[in-house]
Design a protein around this ligand. Structure first.
Ligand SMILES: *Cc1c(COP(=O)(O)O)cnc(C)c1O
Length: 451
């Protein structure tokens, strides 16, 4: 039986090279052409619907084809689709910068724009290096990063990240960084609290700062959740200690909230839970409600001032991207921030998060579930071969793929990272849809771990 999807799949596979994919897999893994999206659902050309449990790669916040964001983008489209942001400006980028400054940790008053997350990380890295250079600290040219961190795929972002699968091949091209063990609470000893574990792990960071502060520009972290590293979580106390230590050692702190920003961890920004203000805050993904490619690096007046001088001093930050601060993206971002305010989203999410966590924790007793963990609207279920020793399943077995394929047949888009099944749904998901997502995950886990 040929499905209505078939012609699109054939045309696709003739010319499209997909991201993060071994294309040969599509000899047996179905390619799914999506015709439309509505709320938390995607629909293919054969009419099959899929609950988007991963927010289309962590970007979507308020559902697909959201009427309010649609209206804002449509209205913007009628007046201005794009304009150069050097020498020129536009109302949406002005309003967005005001709005972000109002909701971000106090003191982050300057917004530098780009059009994707990796570029935001590149900007933060270059800006930090350049700040120290402008300050006469030319020794400072290295970065401190956490094991198992992820900051994007461009060469600078890849260098400061630490997921071997993405990084290994390109090592000869990458700058050398200082890597410190992660505070990841999955690695805590039996009986130890997550906070104690994260606090204990800080000793390695303190030592790295003491040894390298003279040559280090910044520490870069994903606050609270290392998402691409398998939704590994750590305690806010680590960030509080890190902020104090960075101040003490005169090293910048870059918070990459590209994935965890905009309510994913329960607060608008994850840094809030530690009561800290980073020197650079990288935002993208949910920034536009997941609608359009846009990113920003927020920083302080102090950093801004270090670049502000006579042109001939050549201290300006001359970085740019063609679509920097695109008006359509800014309009979507403003509409998304308006929804947060008008619908009191963060409050409403508490009930959803509680329900999602409760349904996921029903799997805690499963013979191959090592841990169910949660931070706000992110829930992860870690599968292991041996629950007692936490011996993982070998990656070659691709058990997550079994779960992915099963979920598709049941109308749910789950996309495990290795042996970690996770939920990161749009905030418009209903309790009944959460039940479906959890039920399908349970079935998939049964299927993937039975042999
Ligand atoms: C996705 C992600 C990035 C990269 O963003 P892109 O828009 O995919 O380039 C960087 N950092 C974190 C934490 C991310 O999750």
């Amino acid at each position: 039986m040929t499905s209505a999807n078939a012609p699109y799949v054939a045309r696709d596979l003739a010319h499209v090279w997909h991201p993060c994919t071994q294309m040969k897999d599509h000899e047996h893994v179905p390619m799914i052409p999506i015709r439309r999206g509505q709320g938390a659902w995607l629909e293919d050309y054969a009419g099959q619907r899929y609950l988007d449990a991963i927010s289309s790669w962590w970007v979507n916040l308020f559902g697909h084809a959201n009427p309010r964001i649609n209206a804002a983008v449509r209205a913007q489209l009628e007046s201005l689709e794009q304009v150069i942001l050097a020498g020129f400006t536009h109302e949406p980028v002005i309003a967005l910068s005001e709005a972000l400054t109002a909701v971000a940790p106090p003191g982050l008053t300057r917004c530098f724009y780009a059009d994707n997350g990796s570029s935001a990380v590149e900007i933060a890295v270059k800006m930090s290096f350049h700040y120290w250079r402008n300050a006469g600290r030319t020794q400072k040219r290295r970065f401190i990063t956490l094991a198992n961190s992820y900051h994007g795929e461009t060469l600078g972002a890849l260098a400061v990240g630490n997921v071997e699968l993405y990084k290994q091949i390109y090592k000869p091209l990458l700058m050398d960084v200082i890597t410190v063990p992660s505070p990841d609470c999955f690695e805590r000893a039996g009986g130890e609290s997550c906070a104690d574990h994260s606090r204990r792990k800080f000793a390695a960071m303190e030592a790295a700062l003491a040894a390298h502060a003279h040559e280090a520009c910044a520490v870069i972290v994903e606050p609270l959740v290392q998402c691409a590293g398998g939704m590994r979580m750590y305690d806010p106390v680590y960030l509080t200690l890190l902020r104090a230590a960075c101040d003490r050692h005169q090293v910048h702190l870059i918070a990459d909230e590209i994935a965890v920003g905009f309510g994913r961890t329960g607060t608008l920004f994850a840094c809030e839970q530690a009561g800290i203000r980073p020197d650079f805050l990288c935002l993208s993904k949910g920034l536009t409600g997941g609608y359009l490619p846009l990113s920003t690096v927020m920083t302080t007046d102090e950093v801004y001032a270090a670049f502000y001088d006579e042109y001939a001093k050549l201290s300006a930050f001359l970085h740019s991207h063609s679509f920097t601060g695109n008006p359509l993206g800014c309009a979507a971002a403003l509409a998304s921030l308006a929804i947060f305010r008008e619908d009191r989203t963060l409050e409403a999410n508490r009930a959803l998060a509680a329900h999602m966590g409760a349904r996921a924790r029903e799997l805690e007793d499963h013979a191959h579930v090592a841990e169910v963990r949660q931070r706000g609207m992110i829930v992860a279920i870690e599968l292991v071969r041996n629950k007692a020793t936490r011996e993982p399943y070998p990656w070659q077995e691709r058990r997550g793929l079994t779960i992915y394929r099963h979920a598709l047949t049941r109308g749910v888009l789950l996309r495990p990272i290795g042996n970690v099944v996770y939920f990161m749904p749009p905030y418009v998901i209903t309790p009944a849809e959460i039940d479906l997502m959890a039920e399908v995950a349970r079935e998939g886990i049964e299927l993937a771990t039975c042999a």
